[in-house]
Design a protein around this ligand. Structure first.
Ligand SMILES: [Zn+2]
Length: 257
């Protein structure tokens, strides 16, 4: 079984052919899709998607959106994450690459803490977004110990940071960039990290693997990432798919999966 553990099918880039994209994924061997609804304006669309079999969701407020998030948004989030097909809170975290929301404790960090508390309270794992902020994130988890574990989505830090996150109990999300020729660090991380600590995710519509680079990404392309992991780890494709799927089941344990 193959799961795309991180898709954004609610993105407007799928408005024209969303159902065809979903069908293509299921036809190509993907059995479940985890839709990540981290923009408040996607929440209703994602709730609709949850009516379909084998689509699950995470709800959260993306760090870039935290400056404009309202008290009502946080209230609504609490309701959404109690949906029986909600597998996690996310993606939440820190983004120092863009300047949409101030990094300070009142805005990005404050929102992160608030959502970590909500995840902990409702016993949900977290999907972490971290961009140009791995050092701060690691310091943060040293201080803030009582958090739900989860996955550091689309990991793009150094091999050293990868080790520190897995030692802290987090899994690493591996995406399309693994298939790019220049991703030497990421290939090394996959080689050195225990395969039980890896999840596969497309992050579609972004980050299409090498084979489709420059095009819109979609869940069926998850196969390219699994092929690359199998190659690096010197195991079969089926083994790579089986183990990473078990990792997803272990982390996102809901009765409905
Ligand atoms: Zn994402």
């Amino acid at each position: 079984m193959i799961i795309d553990t991180h898709a954004h099918l609610s993105d407007t880039k799928f408005d024209a052919d969303r159902e065809a994209v979903i069908k293509r994924a299921f036809d190509s061997g993907v059995e479940k899709i985890f839709e990540i609804a981290c923009r408040t304006n996607y929440w209703d669309k994602t709730s609709e998607l949850l009516k379909q079999d084998n689509i699950f969701a995470a709800f959260g407020i993306h760090p870039n959106d935290t400056a404009k998030a309202s008290a009502e948004d946080y209230d609504k989030l609490k309701t959404l994450i109690q949906h029986k097909k909600c597998i996690a809170v996310g993606e939440i975290g820190l983004d120092y690459h863009y300047d949409y929301s101030p990094q300070n404790i009142n805005i990005q960090k404050g929102s992160f803490v608030k959502q970590l508390d909500t995840a902990y309270k409702y016993n949900k794992p977290v999907i972490i977004h971290c961009r140009d902020a791995y050092g701060d994130m690691l310091d943060f988890f040293k201080e803030y110990k009582f958090v739900s574990k989860g996955v550091v989505h689309c990991f793009s830090g150094t091999p050293k940071q990868a080790k520190l996150f897995t030692e802290a109990g987090f899994l690493l999300g591996i995406d399309g960039p693994l298939t790019y020729k220049k991703s030497a660090d990421l290939k090394q991380i996959v080689l050195e990290t225990d395969i039980n600590k890896l999840l596969v995710e497309t992050d579609c519509p972004y980050l299409a693997p090498q084979e489709y680079r420059g095009q819109r990404n979609e869940p069926s392309y998850i196969i390219e990432i699994l092929k690359e992991i199998a190659l690096i780890k010197n195991i079969s494709f089926n083994e790579a798919a089986y183990i990473t799927t078990q990792n997803a089941f272990n982390l996102f344990k809901t009765d409905f999966l």
